[in-house]
Design a protein. Structure first.
Length: 418
């Protein structure tokens, strides 16, 4: 059996392939896993393939413009960056690298509450990138909020991100408990000792990270596939670690139990709205019923998400849930976005054709980071951006408002118009 080769990446799939070879198993498994049987994780991507495109022809597509607005801010494209925790596991520059790549591409980035770089340092890194005046639009930073049991901790975090310049709060509502990701349990997931949840690093912070910090770094960091292959031959590399299943629950799940408030309900969303002037987006809506409640409470945005298949396994693929959410808020002043399984330019086109205002990418950004830090994230963003521009042109669309529901249908039956 030959050792797996890294590819010169020309697609998100290539970046993922490379990350599978280079990342340490502890990080790779944390990033790639879904919950339980990972049905929903798979379906997020499969569902895009079930949707077919209906291109229009002869429309002068010599110039394609992807500019759009998100909650009143102009950005270069509807392709955005979803919040993913602990980015320094992929590359030491972590969230700073992502913020700089977002700035260069004039894209929207959502920073995770559980970043390994503080909210202030992350946005500063983005602001250091010289402004590109050649086209309109600016980078945009939003902050993803986990509501802590301790509301004082939550409110302090809100004050900090308001001051730092984040333009919206994205409240994650699908994680009262952490989904069961088997690989993290097997690997006894730990955050290496030189990293931390940087938004809570102050010594007087009431947030304890004891469950996830690695007290024995030499042991817990399983090697990358490359290292495992070199040491043990391809068979050992394929099987990975086989020893030490010592816990039934991952350290991350234990952390969530200790800190995150499982009593979270609609009143808390109203509470967050009452303590900030920032617009609020709820992340994790999958049904028309909840979309209607969110609109009633007055949130500014809904992110249709199943957390990348990492929470409740067996839920609908997000692109399948999107139409009912859109229908439920029709005529209301709410922007609707989607994440989950977006890997190609045609996926972006399909999501926008169904009515999403923007799409967010989770894992592709991590694969880019793992490949080459800031340049790797830039590459990931550019690859999908170029694919999207080509898909728009081939479908006869010059600008975002040209993309309509008539550009998609379900499956191959011409009567299955969406
Ligand atoms: C490694 C990883 C960490 C994540 N961390 C967070 C997080 O801290 N907060 C959050 O709201 N969502 C988090 N998510 C979910 C993403 O925001 C997003 O919903 C999902 O990754 C989109 O699916 P995709 O990875 O297929 O693009 C995480 C996802 C991954 C893969
Ligand atoms: C540590 C986790 C709660 C962050 C997260 O949302 C995830 O891993 O999916």
């Amino acid at each position: 059996m030959s050792r797996q080769q890294q590819l010169v990446p020309i697609s998100i799939a290539d970046l993922e392939h490379n990350a599978h070879i280079t990342l340490a198993l502890n990080a790779l498994d944390y990033y790639r896993s879904g919950a339980n049987d990972m049905q929903t994780l798979k379906d997020n991507q499969d569902a895009f393939s079930r949707i077919r495109l209906r291109p229009r022809i002869l429309r002068d597509v010599s110039k394609v413009d992807t500019q759009t607005t998100l909650l009143g801010h102009t950005v270069g494209s509807p392709i955005c960056i979803a919040p993913t925790a602990m980015q320094r596991l992929a590359n030491d520059a972590g969230e700073k690298a992502t913020a700089r790549a977002a700035a260069k591409a004039k894209k929207c980035m959502i920073l995770s509450s559980w970043s390994t770089t503080s909210a202030e340092d992350t946005i500063e890194a983005g602001k250091e990138v010289p402004e590109d005046l050649s086209s309109p639009g600016l980078p945009l930073y939003w902050f993803q909020l986990y509501v802590y049991k301790d509301r004082e901790v939550t409110e302090q975090l809100i004050r900090r991100v308001e001051k730092a310049g984040y333009k919206a709060l994205v409240i994650t509502v699908d994680t009262p408990f952490l989904g069961r990701r088997l690989a993290d349990v097997r690997n006894v997931f730990k955050l290496p000792a030189h990293m931390n949840m940087a938004n809570f690093e102050h010594k007087d912070s009431k947030v304890t990270m004891a469950t996830i910090l690695d007290e024995n770094p030499a042991e817990a960091q399983a090697e990358s596939l490359l290292e495992r292959t070199a040491q043990n031959g391809p068979e050992a590399a394929a099987t990975g670690r086989t020893t030490k299943v010592v816990r039934q629950e991952s350290s991350l799940a234990a952390y969530v139990v200790s800190q995150i408030d499982p009593t979270l309900n609609w009143k808390d969303i109203a509470w967050v709205r009452s303590v900030t002037k920032l617009p609020v987006v709820v992340k994790g809506v999958l049904t028309a019923e909840d979309a209607a409640l969110a609109a009633e409470i007055g949130v500014e945005g809904i992110l249709v998400s199943n957390h990348g298949g990492r929470q409740l396994d067996g839920v609908l693929a997000t692109i399948d849930a999107l139409p009912e959410v859109l229908d439920a808020v029709k005529g209301k002043n709410v922007e609707v976005y989607v994440d989950g399984g977006v890997r190609k330019g045609t996926d972006v086109l399909k999501a926008l054709a169904l009515g999403a205002k923007a799409v967010f990418l989770g894992r592709p950004i991590l694969w880019g980071l793992a490949h080459d830090g800031e340049d790797g994230v830039t590459l990931a963003l550019n690859l999908i951006q170029q694919e999207f521009e080509l898909a728009m042109a081939l479908a006869g669309c010059c600008k975002i408002s040209d993309i309509t529901r008539n550009h998609v249908q379900h499956g191959t039956d011409a009567r299955s118009r969406l």
